[in-house]
Design a protein. Structure first.
Length: 389
């Protein structure tokens, strides 16, 4: 393991530079062409078998050991967010209106760093390692399309591992949790269709804005009065557009939002529950509606055995006292699709410190030393699972 530390130190400068290179070329969902090209070139330079264009922009690098064995997948995301960067970093985004505000630049740097180190010791590994870079994690989701394209096959993936830089965990700590870690998440778009008219003559109209406000309140009552309070559930209306001026009753109103839960039964019931409430209010008020409910990501749940393996590996690196069980989050992750199909673990790598901006914030940044910790966890786990006995 001293050799692994030495190899990581050897690649330190390249790992940090990789993060900075990628930070400058952020690309949003399914437009990650420059990013994918950068990643593919790096994997090819390491001598891996590289496949590109998976689910449009996804990339796979395959490392084969000299002996047959199990297959481990290390996963990262390619995409950035439609955020205007305000960090003032010398390597800030050169793409106007796009930013790696969720740490995906760091995630890619860690997986590429692990690929470099593990390539140096590949003669002592059995089986295969797949280095997977998926598009569109921020939405609409690239994990399932990559699975549909066969990324978990030939060879079949036995173990899956990924991590997220996490401001909610202190820098120097690693968050590992067996079972549910992140919530199932969906999106809904709702259009209320009424009858517009003069603001002084409401009796001749069907007020779409008024109906939409009733629906916003009623959706919250699904959570507070129809759900078990011991099963955390959230519905958020994040967008509400209606009306054009002060004296016209709007003919239409548009709502968009998300639902979150850790309960799979609740997750599968949300579409029907929402439609029933919206239909009832619209019928009572004389309006029509169009509801587009879009199932998103399932619960991100870690395999207990794999979580135990990661906890042990992380403890050997940062000290067992710095491996914590993080609080579950209502944030969603399409890593969940990979975890559903293999023994896997998704862990949080702490970047929390004074002044650290939250994820998805235009000022989000992190201490790049944490990348070396992530690379070491990946490499030591690979050796533990695939190292020749």
């Amino acid at each position: 393991m001293d050799e692994i530390k030495a190899l990581i130190e050897k690649h330190r400068e390249k790992i940090v530079q990789t993060r900075r290179d990628l930070h400058q070329i952020p690309e949003t969902a399914y437009t990650e062409f420059k990013t994918a090209e950068y990643v593919a070139k790096r994997l090819d330079h390491l001598g891996l078998a590289v496949t590109t264009g998976i689910a449009k922009t996804g990339v796979l690098g395959l490392l084969a050991g000299p002996e047959p064995g199990k297959t481990l997948m290390l996963r990262s995301e390619l995409d950035a967010l439609p955020v205007k960067e305000e960090t003032g970093l010398p390597f800030a985004s050169t793409h106007e209106g796009a930013m790696h505000a969720c740490g995906h630049d760091g995630h890619m740097a860690m997986v590429l760093g692990a690929a470099a180190v593990l390539s140096d010791v590949s003669d002592r590994l059995s089986g295969h390692i797949k280095f997977v870079f998926q598009p569109a994690e921020e939405g609409p989701g690239g994990a399932k399309p990559m699975i549909d394209a066969g990324v978990l096959e030939n060879p079949v993936v036995d173990y899956t591992l990924g991590c997220h830089l996490w401001p909610g965990v202190d820098q120097g700590q690693v968050g590992v949790k067996a079972g549910p870690l992140m919530a199932a998440m969906d999106r809904f778009d709702l259009t209320i269709k009424g009858k517009g008219g003069h603001g002084a003559m409401p009796h001749l109209c069907v007020d779409a804005l008024d109906i939409a406000t009733q629906i916003v309140n009623a959706l919250q009552r699904i959570v507070s009065r129809h759900m078990n309070p011991l099963s955390p559930t959230v519905v958020t209306v994040g967008q509400f557009n209606s009306g054009t001026t002060f004296n016209i009753i709007p003919e239409k109103a548009f709502l968009s939002g998300t639902t979150r839960t850790f309960d799979s039964k609740i997750w599968k019931s949300w579409a029907e529950r929402m439609d029933r409430v919206v239909n009832g209010i619209c019928q009572a008020m004389g309006a029509d509606y169009e509801l587009n409910y879009q199932p998103g990501y399932p619960v991100t749940a870690n395999n207990p055995w794999m979580a135990g393996e990661i906890r042990e590996v992380a403890g050997s690196i940062v000290g067992s006292e710095n491996v914590i069980e993080p609080e579950p989050t209502m944030g969603g992750e399409d890593m969940s699709f990979f975890l559903d199909r293999s023994k896997g673990c998704f862990f949080f790598l702490g970047v929390g410190r004074d002044g650290c901006a939250p994820l998805h914030n235009p000022r989000f940044d992190f201490d790049e030393d944490v990348l070396l910790t992530g690379v070491e966890i990946y490499c030591r786990t690979a050796i533990k699972l695939l190292g020749q006995r």
